[in-house]
Every structure is written in structure tokens, then in C-alpha cells.
Ligand binder design. Structure first.
Ligand SMILES: NC(=O)c1ccc[n+]([C@@H]2O[C@H](COP(=O)([O-])OP(=O)(O)OC[C@H]3O[C@@H](n4cnc5c(N)ncnc54)[C@H](OP(=O)(O)O)[C@@H]3O)[C@@H](O)[C@H]2O)c1
Length: 180
């Protein structure tokens, strides 16, 4: 199975490693290749592959070319979208709806805890949206945000369970949200 991931070379690096370990093809779109090279170096022996496509996802033409190149390389049935740029997300939805034909695409949209009771983002009919909320953790010493490892493994588990809505950590009580 193939999956397209935006902004995947930071806190989602562990998700990419988990997906290729189970044999998936992961298309990654970033502006530079150093993050993908680092990921390939960390991945070791794996069944799946990472394909890198260069684009700034805020540049409409470059982004459309990169998504289309990924599709032509190996069509994907899932996408993972992280990042606060809703314009890039909506643009991605329009591009993949046009490419999808008869396929259905599942989009995992990762959002911060302030979106926990917001409606899911609107998407064309060809796309099934799953929302993954990044929450927080309460420990005896106080509240803290999730670590990158917790985010990566939580996103991997949410993709595997494939439910419409998932929370990593907790989002309530809101007065215990950590400060930035
Ligand atoms: N509840 C929570 O715990 C919570 C909630 C929200 C945020 N956060 C925090 O948010 C932080 C940010 O996450 P992150 O480090 O994964 O994200 P990031 O650094 O913004 O993005 C990850 C990668 O995406 C690529 N990228 C960035 N902008 C791009 C663009 N315009 N076009 C294409 N690619 C782009 C970059 O590679 P290139 O430079 O090569 O393009 C970058 O390495 C994390 O530290 C996380 O802990 C946490």
C-alpha cells in the first residue's frame, strides 16, 4: 500500500519508519532532501520504501507537480496531513480528488488540541477524512505536551485503527493544558 505524507520529516519521522517497516511505500513531500536522507539512514533494513518529491507545499504549482509525480510513481490510497496551513490541505484534497478516479482516498488530518471539538475539515466526496488530535499528558509533576515519539506512535496506531476520530493523550480537563 502507498501513502502520501506532508511535513513528515519532523515529529512524524517515527510514523514514516513504522510504515516502511510494515512494507508500505511512503511518498514524502518536503522542500529539502536532508530530512528524507536522515530518515532513510535511520530506517535500516525495511520492507517498504520512501519516495521523496521536492516542493514547498505553499507553492501551488510546485505542490501540484509533486503530488502528481507521487501518484504517477505509485498511486496512494491514504494521505497524512500535518501542518497549520489549511490552504495546502484543501489544495491537496482538490488535487487528489481529480486524480482519484474510482478510488477512495483516506485522509488522516492531524490537528492540535484546540481543534478537539471542531468539525472535521470539509473534503470532496472521493475523500474519507479521519481526524487525529494531538493532546497532552498529565504526570505527577504537572502537564506536558506529547513527545515526538508519542506523536509518531500514536499516529501510526490511529492509521492502523482507522477510526473517524482519534486523540493521542488527553484533551480534558482543558484547564490542565500545558503552556507553550
Ligand atoms: N499537542 C502537541 O503535542 C502539539 C501540537 C501542535 C504542535 N506540536 C509541535 O509542533 C512541532 C512541529 O512539528 P514538526 O517538527 O514535525 O513540523 P515542521 O518542522 O514544521 O515540519 C516537518 C518537516 O516538514 C517540512 N516542511 C515544513 N514546511 C514545509 C513546507 N512549506 N513545504 C514542504 N515541506 C515543509 C520540513 O522539511 P524541509 O525543511 O525540508 O521542507 C520539516 O522538516 C513539534 O515539535 C510538535 O511537538 C505539538
Amino acid at each position: 500500500m502507498a501513502i502520501l505524507m506532508l511535513r513528515a520529516t519532523g515529529m512524524l519521522s517515527g510514523t514514516v519508519r513504522g510504515l516502511i517497516a510494515r512494507g508500505d511505500t511512503v511518498h514524502v513531500i518536503t522542500r529539502g532532501r536532508s530530512g528524507v536522507d536522515r530518515l532513510r539512514g535511520q530506517a535500516g533494513d525495511h520492507k517498504g520504501r520512501i519516495h521523496w518529491h521536492r516542493a514547498d507545499d505553499t507553492d501551488p504549482q510546485a505542490f501540484q507537480a509533486a503530488v502528481t509525480a507521487a501518484w504517477n510513481d505509485e498511486p496512494f490510497d491514504r494521505v497524512v496531513v500535518w501542518g497549520s496551513d489549511e490552504t495546502a490541505r484543501d489544495r491537496l484534497f482538490q488535487i487528489i480528488a481529480a486524480l482519484a478516479g474510482d478510488r477512495r482516498i483516506t485522509a488522516y488530518v492531524i490537528r492540535g488540541s484546540r481543534y478537539h471539538d471542531a468539525p472535521p475539515p470539509r473534503a470532496p466526496d472521493e475523500i474519507d477524512v479521519r481526524t487525529i488530535i494531538l493532546g497532552f499528558v498529565i504526570e505527577p509533576s504537572g502537564s506536558r505536551w506529547l513527545t515526538h515519539d508519542e506523536i509518531s506512535s500514536g499516529v501510526l496506531a490511529a492509521i492502523e485503527k482507522d477510526r473517524p476520530y482519534a486523540v493521542i493523550g488527553i484533551v480534558e480537563p482543558s484547564e490542565r493544558r500545558p503552556g507553550w
